[in-house]
Design a protein around this ligand. Sequence first.
Ligand code: FES
Length: 123
Amino acid sequence: MGGCALPRHLRSGRHGSVRLKATITLRLTRFRPGLDAAPHEGVYQLPYQENMTVLEALRRVHAEQDDTLSFRWSCAQGKCGTCTVVLNGRPVLSCLTLLEPGEAKVEPPRKGQVLRDLTTDVG
Ligand code: FES
């Protein structure tokens, strides 16, 4: 009887052992027009937390690892669209989109001119 009640992504190994330190690796587009010759990737690791949104992860990176990271958000409730980014090739609202353990590539929205990093001119 019994069994492991943990989600599959938190189990690993032959016998379903628990992975205690699941992480998220964020590959973020970094670009400062006028200073950088071209966009490049910045790689940041965070401990995985269930129900962590892309926006929460970006805010953690900004607060804990690199306060030069630029990104937009406003309502954090899926209403304004300000937080749109491209996650693994698809446009998403970062405030509503949950991350899974592993890698996530985050790029600026495809519309508008990149002002810096993940921030575009939406006006
Ligand atoms: S911050 Fe408004 S939709 Fe995400």
